[in-house]
Design a protein around this ligand. Structure first.
Ligand code: IMP
Length: 429
């Protein structure tokens, strides 16, 4: 069976870029199925660091076909900037290699303005969005007033639609939010230019995927964000507006489940979250700071997209079990194990305490979740530097024990272990 779906099991930032890059070697097509430039996937190849937001990281392997699915929301300015940046670094981003679904929805400047205005309006209840216009763009999609990428086939007609839509939203921006109006003419002219440049990349991604699968080619489906940020299955309302869980792959790319043989959940060796919302194992102490790093290193826990410091805490097995269930995980990949080095002991939450009651399953109400306390299990740490380990047997005993315990709690085998940011710093089991 030729399709593998990769999903985040936590709140995103599990180190997907690197694992996807690793898995991409054995695949023919790499397709991103949802989200937009709120995501940031970091990959280090031969000491060179690439921070990708929209283009699937498979692009760093010559010859792979990379697809951006209909479940995505695309800011054309960000996409073109990313493509230009990759091209300037010698990466081939020609239309033969990179395709954008005609069904993907576009993020316009008014979506970004609305995202900012809505967040400001929420005051202390702000969600902590990335302010990339993600929520407003998906809202327009659901309200059936969005602009799809396919409209860029006709740059003239498209720019008229952009003009009209901007004028319509100007009424909301000024009338409801007291913001200044956008220059609809200038926006339309700019989007005319974007359409001219992006039209050659437009494709029926569902057709391409289905034809490739029927021909026996292998497909890697890449999710952004994580299970707990899923609009339906996440910690609502502190979620993103797309479906980063397994169903989002079929929906966002347009193919059937019988092709899927592997669902790989990405698990960071500890937990992080950016933005607001409950986080049971959050550490507001020195250990939290220690996990976050100072920001001096590229792998430190600061947002790839926004630069915001991430909230850090111990691994949470209640969340992992939940992610294994809602995604039907068949395998997992454990990332950033090296970051746990030199801690005397390491904790894993195995259940929650809610007002004296032991909870084994993730409560679905954000308020209940916020009132839960972690019930920890403690494991010994290790002091050795594991970044040079390339086989499971080369890890110190305590590190192996940690991996095995995570595997046990998660209930699926761990295929890959990341011990550093480099492509080669991976242990395959
Ligand atoms: P939005 O997706 O920009 O609307 O943000 C909604 C929530 O999802 C906020 O808490 C963001 O911090 C979070 N979020 C969105 N994308 C990512 C990501 O790629 N990694 C981690 N958190 C994200």
């Amino acid at each position: 069976m030729p399709a593998t779906i990769v999903v985040g099991t936590q709140w995103g930032d599990e180190g997907k870029g690197k694992v996807i890059d690793w898995l991409a070697e054995k695949t023919d097509l790499v397709a991103r199925f949802g989200g937009g430039d709120n995501a940031g996937h970091t990959v280090t190849v031969a000491g060179e660091r690439y921070a990708l937001h929209l283009v699937p990281s498979g692009i760093l392997y010559p010859g792979k076909l990379c697809l951006m699915g209909g479940g995505m929301v695309i800011n054309p300015a960000s996409l073109l900037a990313e493509m230009d940046h990759l091209a300037a670094r010698g990466v081939d981003v020609f239309p033969e290699r990179l395709k954008l679904s005609v069904k993907a929805h576009l993020i316009l400047p008014y979506h970004i303005a609305l995202d900012g205005a809505q967040e400001a309006g929420r005051g202390r209840q702000a969600l902590g969005t990335t302010k990339r216009g993600i929520g407003p763009a998906y809202s327009d999609k659901s309200a059936r007033v969005g602009l799809r990428a396919g409209a860029m086939h006709d740059p003239e007609g498209f720019s008229e639609k952009v003009y009209q839509a901007t004028e319509d939203k100007n009424a909301v921006l000024t009338g409801v939010y007291g913001q200044s109006a956008l220059d609809a003419k200038a926006v339309a002219a700019q989007f005319h230019d974007y359409a001219r440049r992006l039209a050659p990349y437009l494709a029926d991604v569902s057709l391409l995927v289905s034809q490739a699968l029927a021909a026996g080619q292998r497909l890697l489906c890449v999710g952004a964000q994580g299970t707990l940020l899923d609009l339906d299955h996440g910690t609502y309302p502190f979620v993103t507006s797309s479906a980063p869980t397994v169903g989002g792959a079929l929906l966002g790319l347009g193919f059937g489940p019988h092709y899927v043989d592997q669902v790989v959940g990405l698990v960071k060796a500890y937990t992080t979250r950016v933005g607001a919302g409950p986080f049971v194992t959050e550490l507001l102490d020195e250990t939290g700071d220690r996990l976050r790093g100072t920001g001096a290193e590229p792998w430190d826990e600061f947002g790839t997209t926004t630069g915001r410091p991430r909230r850090c805490g111990w691994l949470d097995a209640v969340i992992l079990r939940y992610a294994a269930r809602v995604n039907g995980l068949t395998h997992a990949a454990l990332t950033k194990l090296d970051i746990l080095g030199s801690l005397e002991t390491i904790k894993i939450a195995v259940a929650y305490d809610y007002q004296g009651q032991r909870l084994e399953h993730l409560p679905l109400d954000a308020e209940v979740l916020a009132a839960c306390q972690p019930i920890y299990e403690e494991l010994p740490g290790w002091s050795e530097d594991i970044s040079g380990a390339r086989a499971f047997g080369e890890l110190p005993r305590a590190a192996r024990r940690y991996v095995e315990r995570v595997e046990e709690l998660l209930g699926v085998p761990i295929l890959l272990i990341g011990v550093g940011s480099g492509r080669e710093q991976t242990i395959a089991r």
